[in-house]
Write a protein that binds this ligand. Structure first.
Ligand code: ADP
Ligand code: MG
Length: 720
């Protein structure tokens, strides 16, 4: 029996999914796997785990597990469900990459999909669980796809062993054929239960023209206008990334509403506990709208502006769920997170920029780039739907209906857009030898799978395929190489295979602590602050210049001298990590040195995690995280460069020479085996002035040019 408060009871009754409780639970009882489709906000994530709990699925020492593609959702949903059920967080808990509050009493466990994949590696039958819910399956994240493939095999196995487990796949859209009509996945298609959402009509307003560049500016004007002219109701703005979100928040706080506080409002706000004046980045700026005094606007109502994106601290994220302070209008500036995984109460207006930021990889060259592209029609409709949860709403699309007509109908599954060597290694470690036969909901191309196996063979993680027999046999052999003991060790490190290889080699010359620090830094994206952004004011410009100069100075310091210089950008990373740790990893130190505080905190956690993982594989090395790590010796630097080459051997580049230099486009350029185009060392790189003959790089990122990132020099005699 669950003891819910009267308010929770009342709120639950309004959720459409509650009306389907019996249907859902009957389907669960009668089928090993089911699919539940329902609009965002219909109550799937918060209620279905409770249905299972009340039906006894958390008894007998087994748990109910729920996976989320995003950390935000795993944390906030576990808190919400604990609160609804009036249970402590020891019982309704979460586990994300580096943290969690799971105990031996945990009955309902929210986790990221990556966490469950790791658990399958430890116990393929997932015996701790009686039911697994795969949430947000429509997002088609890589891990979600793989989990569904694995669970389609685990569920029948559990049944056969007489300890049945249930699988529930939950999706916000009706497009679930990739799961249900996929004979390789489920021989008997699982039943699909549709939850009718009580959705209010949303009026869609298209722009006449489509701003091609400044959609953030357009979003700003639209938001101000809504606030000035339209009746009460929360505003939700969709942008593409964290930087845009912050810039719009700042602009809205600054310009849309002047800092002239009205006394009664201020008092009320202070009473509500949010008039915090010390917090420089306060959520609230109050006063009148200066833009147009004539508009019959209720400008006395302040706008309560909140950012929302994946990497935002949980306490900050939680603010969007609380009612805004009395007498204010809620305005959330969000990335894609708000599209389906989180439901923000009280939204009546949606402003949609129509874009999404995605990472793109070139299948052949591995070149990656972040690009802002148009979203899909399905996503745009999801976004619009956020406006009609509590009453009829409006969605303002900052693009024309013609542009909308050209959007793809649905977004592609992530697995078709990225390299898969990490997944292939994980699968081999699960003894899935023939990865091509794996029941992927959407299979990656054979070309991509072959590339992954080839890389893993070259890293020594998989056995060399026999090169005898007919061509067809050889092709087949290429796709079913068994894992080696080295491969197993690599699979236990939670980083990409190239970096895992470096960790596996790190024992030499006491290099492990350095390898761990470098690998952690390479795994966490963007450790330096982005100071190359254009400044918006003269004041900002001079500040930016100062900080750039400071960062350049720090980079030079961290790059070291003499032999260290040849480790290049990786030496800078090592120096930055060492210095930051020495200073206690404080926000202040990061700010002063041009480091991204969040990234440094993540590196710190990852260092701890990698250190444990290395000790688990190789207890005799007894490596530990030393906060006072001394710089590597000359000898160690040479060793580190060789270890880096062993991991990044397929990312070798040689300075252009000979006849190439006739063409000016090859000036100071490098040649790589896979690309016809020249690639370059970035001006920020430690090796920009040296331009060694051979280098290895972490990745090539296409921005204004093809730039290598994470460059380290290689001696000519090491090149195979
Ligand atoms: P779905 O998974 O179908 O999108 P959810 O179960 O996430 O739906 O949400 C159901 C309802 O619970 C929504 O109306 C949402 O507003 C509310 N809700 C979810 N999380 C919170 C929270 N942390 N605080 C308050 N309300 C919440
Ligand atoms: Mg949900």
């Amino acid at each position: 029996p669950v003891d819910r408060s009267p308010e929770v009871q009342e709120a639950r009754l309004k959720l459409p999914v509650l009306a389907e409780e019996q249907v859902i639970m009957e389907a669960v009882r009668e089928n090993p796997s089911i699919v539940i489709c329902g609009e965002t906000g219909s109550g799937k994530t918060t209620q279905v785990p409770q249905f299972l709990y009340e039906a006894g699925y958390a008894s007998g020492g087994r748990m109910i597990g729920i996976t989320e593609p995003r950390r935000v959702a795993a944390v906030s949903m576990s808190h919400r469900v604990a609160k609804e059920m009036n249970l402590p967080t020891q019982v309704v808990s979460y586990q994300i990459r580096y943290e969690g509050n799971v105990t031996s009493d945990t009955k309902i466990k929210f986790m990221t999909d990556g966490v469950l994949l790791k658990e399958i590696q430890k116990d393929f039958l997932l015996q701790k669980y009686s039911a697994i819910i795969i949430d947000e399956a429509h997002e088609r994240s890589v891990y979600t796809d793989i989990l569904i493939g694995l669970l389609s095999r685990i569920v029948p196995l559990r049944n056969k062993k007489g300890m049945p487990m249930k699988l529930l796949i939950m999706s916000a859209t009706l497009r679930v054929e990739d799961f249900t009509e996929n004979q390789r996945l489920f021989r008997t298609p699982p039943p699909v239960i549709k939850v009718d959402a009580r959705q209010f009509p949303v009026t869609i307003h298209f722009n006449k023209r489509t701003p091609l560049e400044d959609y953030t500016g357009e979003a700003f004007h639209k938001t101000c206008k809504i606030h000035r002219m339209l009746p009460p109701g929360g505003i939700l703005v969709f942008l593409t990334g964290q930087a845009e979100v912050h810039s719009l928040c700042r602009r809205l706080r600054k310009f849309c509403i002047q800092l002239k506080m009205r006394k009664p409002n201020r008092r009320r706000l202070l009473e509500a506990g949010i008039g915090d004046e010390e917090d420089g980045d306060s959520d609230l700026d109050l006063g009148d709208d200066p833009a147009d005094a004539e508009e019959k606007a209720d400008a006395s109502i302040p706008l309560y502006v909140l950012p929302l994106y994946s990497l935002l601290a949980p306490e900050q994220q939680a603010k969007v769920f609380r009612p805004p302070p009395p007498g204010t209008r809620l305005c959330v500036i969000a990335t894609n997170v708000a599209e389906t995984s989180l439901t923000i109460p009280g939204i009546k207006y949606v402003v949609d920029c129509g874009r999404v930021k995605k990472r793109f990889y070139d299948k052949v060259t591995g070149v990656s780039s972040f690009k802002v592209t148009w979203t899909s029609q399905a996503s745009a409709n999801q976004r619009a739907g956020r406006a009609g949860r509590t009453e009829p709403g409006h969605c303002y699309r900052l693009y024309s209906s013609a542009v909308f007509g050209d959007f793809a109908l649905f977004s592609e599954a992530e697995i078709t857009r990225r390299p898969v060597e990490d997944l292939v290694l994980q699968m081999k470690d699960l003894n899935i030898e023939k990865v091509v036969n794996f029941p992927f909901p959407t299979p990656p191309s054979t070309e991509v799978l072959v590339a992954a196996e080839q890389l893993l063979v070259s890293l020594g993680a998989l056995e060399e395929p026999p090169c005898t027999g007919r061509l067809k046999d050889m092709q087949r052999a290429k796709l079913s190489c068994p894992i080696t003991p080295l491969g197993r060790a690599m699979a236990s490190f939670p980083v990409a295979p190239r970096y895992a290889k470096m960790l596996a080699l790190g024992k030499q010359q006491d290099c492990l602590p350095y390898v761990i620090a470098v690998v952690a830094a390479m795994t966490v994206r963007e450790i330096f602050e982005d100071l190359d952004r254009p400044a918006r004011s003269e004041d900002e410009s001079s500040k930016l210049n100062q900080r750039r100069a400071r960062l350049t100075q720090m980079r030079r310091l961290w790059a070291g001298q003499g032999a260290s210089l040849l480790l290049g950008d990786l030496m800078i990373m090592l120096g930055a990590v060492g210095a930051c740790e020495f200073a206690g990893c404080t926000p202040r130190f990061c700010e002063n040195s041009g480091l991204r505080y969040k990234a440094m905190v993540e590196i710190r956690k990852l260092r701890g995690q990698l250190t444990n993982a290395v000790n688990a594989v190789c207890p005799e090395v007894g490596v530990f995280v030393d906060p006072k790590m001394t710089p590597p010796t000359e000898h160690q630097v040479v060793c580190l460069r060789q270890i880096v080459l062993a991991g990044l051997g397929d990312h070798l580049a040689r300075r252009a020479q000979g006849e190439d230099l006739v063409d000016p486009k090859w000036k100071n350029a490098y040649k790589t085996p896979l690309m016809d185009e020249p690639v370059f060392i970035h001006p920020n790189s430690a090796l920009f002035k040296t331009l060694p003959e051979f280098v290895v790089y972490q990745e090539v990122m296409e921005t204004s040019k093809m730039y290598m990132r994470g460059v380290s020099a290689v001696e000519a005699e090491w090149v195979p």
